[in-house]
Design a protein around this ligand. Structure first.
Ligand code: ADP
Length: 237
């Protein structure tokens, strides 16, 4: 965690944003014809495609759960998504992020309505420039919704952090790599329930609460964009 590089100059960040600005966000659904549900989400230069399938009967059968379905999430960075080619295939980080994203999405899915089945979500990071897990959660939630998976709410996610002593929203890659602290938050906005809260670094209690408020406020903005994207394509949420 480097703190010696100055990424806030005269109150502005290196990409011209003020500390609490999100990057430009683009969302599309139905981007893949063969996936049951799919979505592409861009937060600045971070580009993610998520595809969702299910519920469908789970094989091999010993993996089935009698009382509920299971959700499987696979996070993956394509080799050309980062500066230096990333070796294809799972690594420790992608296994951890797959689990973290599953935990963030699970509370929103009516798994108990679909015993013995699986719902699968594939999150492919096409270009990484910070905050890929939260961008991935936003895309996965859209893909599940447009796949017709019954959900309590959409899941909306946002990153926040601290850099050069300033609290910021939606970290890009350079900011992430040089932050004093970063936090990933996912929530079901209409239920006001947080489904993921991860923090790396050190903050005092006041800063934690302030950052959490920024995250919630921006998750709600992202939620509105998600709903708008679905409505524009499918008429209703
Ligand atoms: P998140 O992407 O959710 O913020 P991390 O904190 O693990 O998760 O990663 C921060 C950023 O570091 C990523 O968004 C990406 O820009 C960069 N990064 C991650 N893994 C690699 C890698 N193998 N090579 C180059 N950059 C990477």
């Amino acid at each position: 965690m480097k703190k010696d590089i100055n990424l806030i100059v005269e109150g502005k960040r290196i990409d011209g944003r003020s500390p609490t600005d999100l990057r430009p966000i683009e969302m599309k659904v139905g981007v893949l014809t063969r996936a049951q549900g799919s979505a592409e989400v861009r937060f600045g230069n971070t580009v993610v495609v998520a595809s969702a399938y299910g519920p469908r009967e789970l094989y091999p059968k010993f993996l089935q759960e009698e009382e509920k379905g299971i959700l499987r999430v696979r996070y993956s960075m394509v080799p050309f998504s980062v500066d230096e080619r990333k070796a294809p295939g799972p690594d420790r980080r992608s296994i951890e992020l797959s689990k973290v994203m599953r935990l963030a999405l699970e509370p929103a899915v009516f798994l108990s309505d679909f015993p013995k089945t699986t719902i699968d979500v594939f999150v492919d990071i096409l270009q990484a420039d910070g905050s890929t897990r939260v961008t991935g959660i936003n895309a996965a939630s859209l893909a599940l919704a447009v796949a017709g998976v019954p959900m309590r709410d959409l899941v909306s996610a946002c990153s926040v952090g601290k850099i050069n002593g300033t609290l910021i929203v939606d970290l890009n890659g350079l900011e992430d790599n040089n932050s004093e602290c970063d936090m990933a938050v996912a929530m079901m906005p209409s239920k006001n329930e947080i489904t993921l809260l991860q923090m790396d670094g050190e903050l005092d209690k006041k800063e934690v609460l302030e950052l959490l408020n920024y995250a919630i406020e921006n998750c709600k903005k992202i939620y509105e964009l998600q709903k708008k994207t679905i409505k524009e394509n499918y008429g209703s949420v």
